[in-house]
Design a protein around this ligand. Structure first.
Ligand code: 6OG
Length: 192
């Protein structure tokens, strides 16, 4: 069960992150190739209409890495060569919704990205990321991702408006934060 955040958090420090539990686990994956990065114009889901990396919520029994690879295939019909853990975001929304997002990157992908019901592919130069069309947290951490610096971010959002944030760069010797993470299987999938 997700933990109940304090009534209407406004600041990152209003939240006890040691007991915080997300409503949903989700992913983002950045495919990079030749100085460009593969983004999407999102056609549905949270952040519809915005530019983002491909990604989505974990299915029962999945690890974040598995979900990250599956989501890119579903949204763009390409298969990333790898999924290297790049960082984590804990998003708390004022209405009580929350999401724990693991971020990955890949050097290249197999196949040609195509439009699907969920997304329009958008290759952009790494030095021309369209931040004005993206979630407002993105300029805080995409530059770290592009430099290969892993991050741990916590945020409070009111709808699409970011109220507060804390983004830490992780030291090079820190362990990836997705280790051992898996969305629980559905009750019917668990053996008696
Ligand atoms: P679906 O609705 O597609 O999963 N997401 C965010 N991405 C960024 N860059 N910033 C945020 O700031 C985000 N909140 C959610 C994670 C939701 C997708 O949207 C991403 C998932 O890929 C608040 O199932």
């Amino acid at each position: 069960m997700p933990s109940q955040p304090p009534a209407q958090p406004r600041r990152v420090d209003d939240i006890d992150w040691s007991t915080w539990r997300p409503v949903d686990l989700a992913t983002l994956l950045f495919v990079r190739e030749g100085g460009r990065v593969l983004l999407i114009e999102k056609k549905r889901g949270l952040g519809e209409g915005l530019v983002n990396a491909p990604g989505g919520r974990l299915e029962p029994g999945e690890t974040p890495r598995e979900a990250a690879l599956r989501e890119v295939e579903e949204e763009l019909r390409v298969r990333p060569r790898e999924a290297v853990w790049a960082g984590r975001h804990r998003f708390q929304f004022c209405d009580g919704y929350s999401m724990d997002v693991h971020v990955y990157q890949s050097r290249g992908a197999h196949g040609l990205a195509e439009e699907t019901a969920e997304a329009v592919p958008l290759w952009v130069d790494e030095d021309a990321i369209p931040y004005a069309r993206m979630w407002s947290d993105d300029p805080l951490w995409i530059p770290l991702l592009l430099r290969g610096v892993r991050f741990d971010g916590r945020y409070v959002f009111d709808g699409a408006q970011m109220l507060d944030h804390q983004v830490e760069a992780l030291p090079p010797d820190a362990a990836d934060l997705d280790l051992g993470v898996r969305r629980p299987a559905r009750p019917e999938e668990i053996a008696p």
